[in-house]
Design a protein. Structure first.
Length: 499
């Protein structure tokens, strides 16, 4: 059977979905230009591209949220015109958005049936359990959504779509919010769904994950398709080149830092309970050094970052800092870091509103704000030429850059960054790492929490490993490698060291 999916060719009718010539522009600028996407039942398809390349826009068109300027969507050879996500869902296209749109005070089952044709019933409950079990999920249908982890909420979203009969499942950066072990579980489930003949699309900036999990890729650059190919035989570096074309920069070389005076000291620091706890942390961060924090997620890294930033009180122990300016890039920055109703420039200048040249007692000085915003846009390559637009007009990676630019630009003495390059493409991730190193070289003490071991190994002057709310290892640059870190993270080795 021909399954090559060539437009107009033999295999055309075998395509589950064929989006043809999709064009969509905003303010006269193409976000998608003549984009073709071909999906086959049974495949896992990765959609790649730099921040702002047009991935989310394409997905929004496919799911009926945006109306394309031109182009058509065919499902099983039949042309569809969606005027709402409901239409697309009815035609079998289900999308898991990056920001999960759920009602947290409802239960799992209530969220699933909400908006479907049936109410909550024993039958519905059984069906939800069955779908979940088939995918290896352990979700209690009666659990309150507010009590679920992000990973579980994502599972709920997938179940919801399957419950409504989706055959084409599209996930926008599903792993950006997941720890590596949760991602593995997700891909397991996606593989099972593909095995049942469903077509799966996912967006990811983690190229290693793409080569591991996907069958084929479509690569967007500046709104156009620049490559489509099977994943077999491709390595992450090749995919990166396809994404960025000639823009590729040589990898950043990080010279060792020069550790100076202590800027943050934690002694026997304790707070929280259960999995969200510090159970006695000793840590000193000096000026001019980057301390990386490794660990399997949920071992106290989030709490450590919050305590280090002074955002969370200790129950016992001691914290002191010698910093005038502390910058904090939180893990859930999209939820907490931006004001969605404000413009890009106001979000950038936000921290300065209360002082300095940006404001006078009675009014904000618009031109100063604009000047400062433009400087940051330039330095941090925030992808916009209209800073007066609402921040919501930025792509996911664009939003990240706004927050990171705002925090790092304050010349901090102490910089705490949690998962600083999550959701960023290879080029932007390199840019952010460079800024962290620059902050260090300007004398800041930096604490960087990351699940990306390669990133930690690359950046850190020293890496501490967290397990069970404690630091169980402290390794100098050169002593640490993936295998050693992996062993310490899982508890093979000594415990309770002072760092
Ligand atoms: N509602 C909108 N109004 C104006 N411009 C928009 C809007 N949505 C997207 N854009 C622009 O369209 C382009 C593509 O954005 P899109 O969100 O599709 O990128 P993306 O590939 O998903 O990027 P990321 O990896 O950062 O999420 C960007 O330049 C973005 O600023
Ligand atoms: Mg996006």
């Amino acid at each position: 059977m021909a399954v090559d999916g060539t437009p107009g060719g033999e295999g055309r009718s075998t395509l589950t979905l064929f989006a043809r010539g999709i064009t969509k522009s905003f303010d006269g600028k193409f976000a998608n230009e003549d984009v073709d996407l071909e999906l086959r039942g049974g495949e896992i398809h990765a959609l790649l591209g730099e921040n702002g390349a047009g991935k989310t826009t394409l997905i929004s068109v496919l799911c009926g949220q945006y109306k394309a300027d031109s182009g058509v969507v065919e499902i099983d050879g039949e042309v569809h015109h969606f005027s709402s996500p409901r239409d697309a869902l009815r035609a079998g296209i289900g999308v898991v958005h990056q920001d999960l749109r759920q009602i947290t005070r409802f239960s799992v089952i209530e969220n699933v049936v909400l908006g479907s044709d049936h109410g909550v019933s024993r039958t519905a409950e059984r069906k939800v359990e069955e779908i979940g079990k088939g995918l290896g999920f352990e979700l209690d249908p009666k659990a309150n959504v507010g009590s679920l982890s992000v990973g579980e909420r994502q599972q709920l979203e997938i179940i919801k779509l399957l419950y409504r009969g989706s055959r084409i499942l599209i996930l926008d950066e599903p792993t950006a919010v997941l720890a590596p072990e949760q991602s593995a579980q997700l891909f397991d489930a996606l593989r099972r769904l593909a095995g049942e003949g469903k077509a799966i699309v996912f967006v990811s900036h983690r190229l290693r994950e793409v080569t591991d999990a996907a069958d084929r890729v479509t690569v967007l650059r500046h709104g156009k398709v620049v490559a489509k190919r099977p994943v077999e035989g491709a390595d992450p570096a090749e995919l990166a080149t396809l994404m960025v074309g000639d823009d590729a920069e040589p990898p950043l070389t990080v010279s060792p830092g020069k550790a100076g005076d202590p800027v943050l000291v934690l002694r026997e620091a304790r707070c929280g309970s259960g999995r969200r706890a510090l159970t006695g942390v000793d840590l000193t961060v000096h000026r001019g050094e980057i301390v990386g924090v490794a660990g399997v997620s949920g071992n106290g890294q989030v709490e450590l970052a919050e305590v280090a930033a002074g955002m969370r009180k200790l129950d016992r122990g001691h914290r002191e800092d010698h910093a005038e300016q502390i910058a904090f890039i939180p893990e859930d920055r999209l939820a907490t870091g931006l004001v969605g109703s404000m413009s890009i420039e106001d979000n950038l200048a936000f921290r300065r509103y209360d002082r300095g040249p940006m404001s006078t007692p009675l009014f904000l000085r618009r031109s100063k704000i604009r000047g400062w915003a433009n400087e940051l846009i330039e330095r941090f390559a925030v992808p916009t030429n209209r800073p007066q637009l609402n921040v919501a007009a930025l792509s996911g990676g664009g939003l990240q850059r706004v927050i990171i630019a705002r925090e790092i630009s304050e010349s901090p003495d102490l910089l705490i960054a949690s998962q600083p390059t999550r959701g960023l493409d290879v080029v932007s991730a390199g840019g952010v790492r460079k800024q962290i190193v620059a902050a260090r070289d300007a004398g800041a003490g930096c604490l960087v929490v990351s699940e990306d071991l390669d990133e930690l190994l690359h950046l850190s002057d020293r890496i501490v490993v967290m397990l069970g709310g404690q630091i169980v290892a402290s390794l100098e640059r050169g002593e640490a490698d993936r295998a050693t870190l992996g062993r310490r993270m899982t508890g093979v080795g000594e415990t309770g060291v002072a760092a």
